[in-house]
Design a protein around this ligand. Structure first.
Ligand code: M6R
Length: 617
């Protein structure tokens, strides 16, 4: 997630901005930059670099920063365009008068860019942000208005999400900011204002903060009160100044105790970000550039091979069910570490899908190279833009989940599945496997998923209670069938890696072929028993467990009565299509693991022996 820092006041802005950027480093980023108003030259002094804030400091020191009391800084988590110096923020408009920093995604940037090019604007970077700053400049010139008005008029024509900060050299006593979908906080000091993505950068200077709401913009003028307006209708909002009571650490984690919990709760928004600009349900459109540009390859593929490791491999297993079901293309899923070291049959008309959150997993990277050397077309599903896997693949789709800091993958898993469902639906529609009515039903149901996840998250306190009962168990079994078999594997992996309890996931029907021997009154068994997909058979499995005195924690669909009567604990999820149930059933399993781990005093964000990104074999 990008980090934003801005300052207007009476102090030297540069050290405040740099310290603020350092405070935001926890959010994850790939590049950094500053733009400072240079009072002597009346121009904007900009330094940007791929890499860390320290790289930025080193680069600024070579040039010597001007004293200024107006400026902004940014840490970028790439979404459009790879991480490099040019794509880093801030971006300047063509005239060099406007400087902007932006967090979010402008969905209609391509259309705006085409229009601006026709008007004579030129672009240095691949970013949507540079389009936005030039669009604001275009509106400013065309309508002959001040910056605040130009920002407002421009944003009313923008589709997407943003938190922006912008200033104009021709009026260095003013800074403008706006938000829709990405956070922005304003620290109110004595004749000075601090702007940031959250309060961490300014907590040392002031405890008074205003949190801008969605669809609001603020115009901050030196020496006058801050003015907050609605972007849509120009109405004035009375600023709500709140006193900050959080510690620095609490703010970094968004008030959550751990990054993992924060990331679990981020899933509704993360999935919205995965959809953004891709899923246009009203128009029946699924748009993904990497798929659009290679649609014939996908439609002519005889087979899809999916490779990944850990949680990403589990997402691949879910995709196998979805793609075969909705698009009728044969799919094989394999651990990248196995694939790379055997002699796999890879045909030129195979498509290889490589899934990786970090984009740096050594086994996955090596498997991609092998597939490419054998002539396969490799499509990446990655979270980290500019990562090795994102660069090595022929095409791909980013998950846009934002940085995942907890070692245990949570939002990466659900956003990977989201991308793969979109892919399956797109292919199913093009191949004529799904009829138009069902296709539209799927699109609308996908749109409803973030709210349904939010509803499942309400079972948080209940899962904490269940965790307290089973925290001392030494073994756990996870059972699921069909689409929810990979979810059972994922639930077991989550528990082992953060709580160090031995856990195994099985397809429910396999229980009778061995694991049933383990069941006694000491054994908690998590069963995913949605009313879809072989429900009766899973109910029989639950009865078999019960008669052997196993303890049953069941994930069921709302309104279920049969399993509720047998299981020891039931967690309800809202009704959805079978193919989409993994997006909901996985949430209680994440929460259960989380609470068990913290009750066992484990370090959930950095479990022993594990690394977030496994760059060695
Ligand atoms: O970054 P990747 O998705 O390629 O990582 C793959 C695995 O290392 C990763 O999913 C790992 O299993 C997680 N710790 C699971 O929570």
């Amino acid at each position: 997630m990008c980090g934003i820092v801005g300052y207007i006041g009476h102090r030297d802005a540069y050290p405040i901005i740099i310290k603020g950027l350092q405070r935001l480093e926890y959010r994850g980023y790939d590049s950094a930059g500053v733009a400072l108003y240079n009072e002597e030259s009346k121009r904007i002094f900009t330094v940007k670099t791929k890499g860390k804030v320290q790289d930025l400091i080193d680069k600024v020191e070579l040039n010597g920063s001007p004293f200024t009391n107006l400026g902004m800084g940014h840490t970028r988590w790439a979404s459009h365009g790879e991480p490099n110096d040019v794509n880093s923020h801030p971006h300047l408009s063509n005239s060099g008068n406007l400087a902007i920093i932006h967090n979010g995604i402008i969905e209609n940037y391509e259309a705006l860019k085409t229009m601006l090019k026709q008007e004579g604007f030129t672009f240095k970077s691949d970013t949507d942000t540079e389009v936005l700053v030039n669009f604001i400049e275009y509106v400013q010139q065309k309508e002959n208005v001040k910056l605040g008005k130009a920002v407002q008029l421009a944003l009313n024509q923008v589709v997407g999400a943003y938190a922006i900060v912008i200033f104009d050299v021709s009026n260095p006593d003013e800074i403008v900011l706006a938000r829709l979908g990405s956070p922005l906080a304003i620290g109110v000091g004595d004749d000075e204002y601090f702007i940031a993505s959250d309060a961490t950068p300014f907590i040392d200077y002031t405890k008074d903060a205003i949190y801008l709401e969605d669809e609001e913009m603020a115009i901050i003028k030196r020496g006058t009160a801050i003015q907050i307006r609605k972007i849509g209708d120009d109405s004035i909002i009375t600023p709500n100044v709140q006193e900050l009571e959080f510690s620095l650490e609490q703010i970094e984690k968004g008030g959550y105790e751990h990054f993992m919990l924060k990331e679990i709760f981020e899933q509704p928004n993360a999935i919205q970000d995965t959809f953004r600009g891709r899923l246009l349900a009203d128009k029946g459109i699924i748009r993904m550039a990497g798929v659009d540009d290679n649609i014939d390859r996908f439609l002519n593929a005889k087979r899809i091979l999916i490779i990944g490791c850990g949680t990403s491999w589990h997402a691949g297993l879910v995709a196998e069910y979805i793609i075969e079901d909705l698009a009728r293309i044969p799919v094989e899923v394999e651990y990248a570490s196995e694939f790379r070291y055997r002699n796999p049959i890879i045909n030129k008309d195979d498509i290889v899908i490589a899934i990786s959150q970090s984009g740096e997993t050594a086994d996955t990277l090596a498997a991609i190279k092998l597939a490419k050397a054998n002539g396969a077309f490799v499509f990446g599903v990655c979270n980290v833009v500019g990562s090795s896997i994102a660069r090595e693949t022929d095409a791909g789709a980013f998950t846009h989940a934002g940085p995942e800091i907890g070692v245990a993958s949570t939002k990466a898993f659900t956003t990977q599945i989201t991308v793969l469902v979109l892919l399956a639906l797109r292919l199913g529609k093009e191949k004529g496997v799904i009829n138009t009515t069902d296709y539209y039903k799927y699109l609308y149901e996908m749109m409803a998923i973030p709210d349904k996840i939010a509803e499942v998250l309400e079972s948080n306190a209940f899962l904490e209670e269940i965790a307290a009962i089973y925290k001392d168990a030494t073994n756990f079994l996870y059972l699921g069938r069909g689409y929810n078999f990979p979810v059972a594997l994922e639930g077991a992996l989550k528990l082992k890696e953060i709580s160090y309890i031995h856990a195994e996931g099985y397809p429910a029907a396999e229980m009778k072929h061995g694991p049933i021997a383990l069941i006694d009154e000491q054994m908690p068994i998590v069963v995913i028993a949605t009313r879809k997909g072989h429900y009766d058979k899973v109910v029989s499995n639950i009865q078999e467990i019960k008669s052997r005195k196993g303890k049953i924690i069941a994930v069921v669909m709302k309104g279920d009565t049969i399993v509720k009567n047998i299981a020891d604990h039931t967690i309800e999820i809202p009704e959805t299509f079978e193919a989409l149930t993994p997006l909901l059933t996985t949430i209680p399993l994440q929460l259960l693991s989380y609470y068990i781990a913290i009750m066992r005093d484990c370090n959930v964000d950095q479990p022993r022996n594990l690394a977030k990104s496994v760059t060695i074999e």
